[in-house]
Design a protein around this ligand. Structure first.
Ligand SMILES: NC(=O)c1ccc[n+]([C@@H]2O[C@H](COP(=O)([O-])OP(=O)(O)OC[C@H]3O[C@@H](n4cnc5c(N)ncnc54)[C@H](OP(=O)(O)O)[C@@H]3O)[C@@H](O)[C@H]2O)c1
Length: 314
């Protein structure tokens, strides 16, 4: 099989395509035949050495869609079964999706009720699970208001669509006025400019998901109603730590995060019910074969907006 190995961090030319034996299943791990996966800007950061916990050599890639190729008789999985996997150390602590077959812990393989093709399915795992988990962390009910800060990101676009589908009143932000129409087309009822890290509004929200991250979380919190929640999910601004934060400033508002490692089969089932019922997709900007992984990485960095970049093995 082909695998894309990174031996040391660096530019896209460190993505080295090699031949390897297909791994073998054991009592706790199955072999996933990977049909497709998404490529993300945060994986480019990992390739460059920006994820300190990722040790090289490593096959990176945090998510995949495919079928069970080999599994133990009592794993609860069936040969040929359609599954997705994401996070939980995949592509970080152990080899991930940038290969044709991967060895995955059985408890990180989730079945999916989805009839579309593999490339279409590949838009969902990491991006939509993150979006769905973040929405749920706000504990909102239909009719309440939610702000998606960083709305033009892939996770942001998925979040706008999912939140609207469950009846939330969604507002979204971008730093660029020319992208307002992208957000309204995705379903945002209102759009706010994110101006040098400050929201250009006095509006308050029942819940905010902040994908820009710790750099803007204090400003986001100042737009959350008493009793409401701010969930910090991303780090689009590239900062890990919150500066000038005191818990006493929370003033009976809640601050949390969501990590897509917190996922189980029930959550996947619920997510795909919403996706199927509302026919929710985000744009797929380009599809590459695995042999063009270098071009895929370069494309992701050169085209920062509007959707998913998918690699297919078919
Ligand atoms: N917690 C988890 O489990 C988890 C899982 C997946 C992803 N994430 C995080 O979620 C975030 C979104 O991921 P993604 O793949 O969807 O992102 P993406 O599609 O690559 O996001 C691109 C968007 O980010 C915005 N952006 C870029 N730099 C920015 C900055 N310095 N300040 C504000 N906005 C900036 C731009 O929006 P504008 O130019 O329109 O403003 C751009 O459209 C990432 O930070 C990622 O690490 C977290």
């Amino acid at each position: 099989m082909k695998a894309v190995v990174i031996n040391q961090p660096g530019n896209s030319d460190v993505l080295d395509i090699v031949d390897r034996p297909i791994p073998s299943a054991d009592a706790t791990h199955s072999v996933l035949k990977i049909h497709a996966f998404g490529v993300h800007r945060y994986e480019v950061l990992t390739r460059e050495g920006g994820s300190p916990d990722v040790k090289f050599p490593r096959v990176i890639g945090v998510e995949a869609v495919g079928e069970i190729y080999q599994t133990a008789p009592d794993s609860g999985l069936k040969l040929g079964q359609r599954v997705i996997t994401l996070n939980g150390g995949f592509g970080r602590d152990f080899d991930g999706s940038y290969e044709e077959y991967a060895l995955v812990p059985n408890n990180q393989l989730f079945t999916v009720d989805y009839d579309g093709d593999w490339v279409s399915l590949a838009q969902y795992p990491e991006t939509f699970v993150t979006a769905w988990g973040s929405i749920k962390s706000l504990r909102l009910s239909a009719g309440q208001s939610m702000l998606v800060r960083g709305g033009t990101s892939a996770v942001g676009l998925a979040m706008i669509k999912l939140a609207k589908a469950i009846g939330l009143k969604v507002t979204a932000t971008t730093r660029k006025p020319e992208r307002f129409s992208l957000l309204t087309a995705a379903g945002a009822a209102d759009v706010i400019l994110d101006k040098a890290g400050q929201l250009d509004t006095t509006q308050m929200f029942d819940g905010i998901v902040d994908l820009v991250g710790t750099a803007t979380a204090n400003d986001s919190l100042s737009h959350v109603v008493v009793g409401g929640t701010c969930c910090v999910v991303g780090l689009l601004a590239g900062e890990w730590m919150m500066k000038d934060f005191s818990p006493f400033d929370l003033q009976n508002r809640y601050l949390t995060d969501y990590d897509s490692g917190f996922v189980d089969q029930a959550m996947i089932d619920e997510l795909f019910q919403v996706i199927n019922a509302h026919d929710i997709t985000i744009p797929i900007s380009k599809v590459f074969p695995l042999t063009e992984i270098v071009a895929a990485h370069d494309f992701v960095m050169a085209n920062p907006t509007a959707g998913e970049v998918i690699v297919t093995n078919d």
